[in-house]
Design a protein around this ligand. Sequence first.
Ligand code: GDP
Ligand code: K
Ligand code: MG
Length: 300
Amino acid sequence: MTENFKSGFVTLIGRPNVGKSTLMNHLIGQKIAITSNKPQTTRNRIQTIYTDENRGQIIFVDTPGIHKAKNKLGEFMVNVAEHTLNEVDVILWLVEPSDFIGAGEQHIIEKLKTVKTPVILVINKLDTLDNKDKMLEYIDTYRKVYDFAEIVPASALRGENTDVIIDLIFKYLPYGPMFYDEDTITDQPERQIVAELIREKALHALNEEIPHGIAVSIDQMKKRKGRKMFDIDATIICERDSHKGIIIGKQGAMLKKIGTNARYEIEHLLDAKVNLKLWVKVKKDWRDSDYMIKNFGYRE
Ligand code: GDP
Ligand code: K
Ligand code: MG
């Protein structure tokens, strides 16, 4: 550590599916925040930590999307996201490569006008453009609607220009101490990441209407004595009896698929063998219950 060491908090905002979690995972070099092509994949506030021993430490706060709430879980998610804007040192706003500024973006611009935090605009998914010159147009469009500290085109998926994003963040971070030791990459307890990985595999395996209504609880997670092996019992909670049947599948095939895919990634995360047992339970309307939301680990 030098006396020029910088540190601070950065939040990623942007509409669902724009690539926030993908970018964060890429920057950190490990999968902490789950990703999927379904909106509202990220529910909790997850911190991940990027440490460069010479330059500083960046603490990323991945937030749920800023959108209009439909139920208590939705309200909770919006509050977490909007609260964060004032608390952080830098805001990274990710947008799609397009010159159409929709209602969602307008909503974010209005929110940004109420804060003083510097905003770096990342125009993501650069890799999807056939004509890269289009990017200049998009930059121009966005330049006109808000006074951004910086605008960067990037591809979170391919890692294009992501090192530039890191450089620019350091430019705006204040001088400060290391908040976490240099080996720490997340504040998430392992159990929480395990639950999220299972939820991700369920989101991938199931069709449209079910995913928003599921949560995962870890009922037991124990390492076997003297062995690199964990026994994990987890429950997928859904809102309807009919959903339970779908999640289990014909002769348990769906649940087995979710379990196999999740186990593979959990073994990678824990660097150990995993014996994963999955159950499915119905809890009607859990998304409208404060108690249940807290109980599933969605904390402020
Ligand atoms: P979030 O909802 O903003 O956190 O978005 P995710 O990180 O979950 O990503 C949503 C989808 O967009 C996933 O299928 C990603 O693989 C995809 N995606 C993210 N970044 C890029 C990118 O730079 N290029 C392309 N082609 N796809 C991306
Ligand atoms: K998503
Ligand atoms: Mg996400």
